[in-house]
Design a protein around this ligand. Structure first.
Ligand SMILES: [Zn+2]
Length: 266
């Protein structure tokens, strides 16, 4: 199998093994590099056309791998061709063709508008380096969203203080979107607005969207956030009597050469 598909499938199943993908929860899209498209071209046979509810002309002609709507991450390695697929965005950005996979009438994830708008936002703010958008339902970060107001400063400080590496992994902080109906255009617009500033955005009472250059980086980002949330909830349950200070966060950022979001420090 083509390496890009192997890597994609591995990430789907790794998320399942972490417990982040109950039933059909979560979805993953990957913007393919030109050489990966060529590597996969021999697979392209069918062509089904679908419309999009949003204008993604900024992604015209781009190829994506997407998980299927209603499909289970758990099943991706067993039958990739039924649970994931490769699509090409139309030249006018109003629809796409399914070129491989998503067999038996499957469609890409219902969060495809959110994913594509997030790709556009992250491509713009990373000079084209972002290739991965990942949505998962990790239990601890979701639980944490019940304990705070939907405020990125509050959330980011909690996470930075809960594990020393956090400020190095996501010095911009993590965004948070208050509860909204998933699967629609409104949540796609709001998430893509936040993800311009933050590499990851929590959906309150639901889960998280993470972005990155590679599968490893994106999975690692969500993993780090989820681990920090777990540590925070454990420490909070036991009783927090002290934490990492703002001064220590600044020292850390300086030592690792990252620009920590000063708006979130006192
Ligand atoms: Zn979800």
């Amino acid at each position: 199998m083509q390496k890009v598909l192997e890597d994609y499938i591995r990430m789907c199943y790794d998320g399942f093994l972490q417990g982040w993908h109950e039933r059909n929860g979560g979805n993953l899209t990957y913007r393919m590099r030109p050489e990966e498209v060529e590597d996969c071209r021999s697979l392209f046979s069918q062509s089904r056309h679908m419309e999009l509810p949003v204008d993604v002309s900024a992604l015209a002609g781009e190829y994506f791998i997407s998980t299927g709507s209603g499909r289970f991450m758990r099943n991706v390695p067993l039958a990739p061709q039924e649970n994931i697929g490769i699509i090409r965005i139309d030249d006018d950005g109003r629809g796409y063709e399914i070129l491989w996979g998503l067999e038996n009438g499957a469609r890409p994830t219902s969060e495809l508008p959110s994913h594509l708008m997030n790709h556009i936002a992250r491509i713009q703010v990373t000079d084209g380096r972002c290739h991965v958008i990942y949505h998962a339902h990790p239990a601890n970060i979701t639980a944490l969203s019940y304990t705070i107001e939907p405020d990125a400063r509050v959330l980011s400080r909690i996470l930075w203080q809960s594990e020393t590496e956090c400020a190095v992994v996501f010095p911009e902080g993590v965004g948070i979107l208050d509860w909204m109906i998933p699967g629609g255009t409104d949540i796609a617009v709001e998430t893509s607005r936040l993800i311009r500033t933050y590499p990851a955005v929590v959906w309150a009472f639901h889960g998280i969207f993470g972005s990155g250059e590679t599968f490893d980086e994106t999975f690692g980002l969500v993993h780090t956030i989820e681990k920090a949330a777990e540590i925070y909830l454990k420490a909070k349950g036991a009783g927090i009597i002290r934490t990492i200070s703002d001064e220590q966060l600044r020292i850390l950022a300086k030592a690792f050469g990252v620009h920590i979001n000063e708006d979130f420090l006192s």
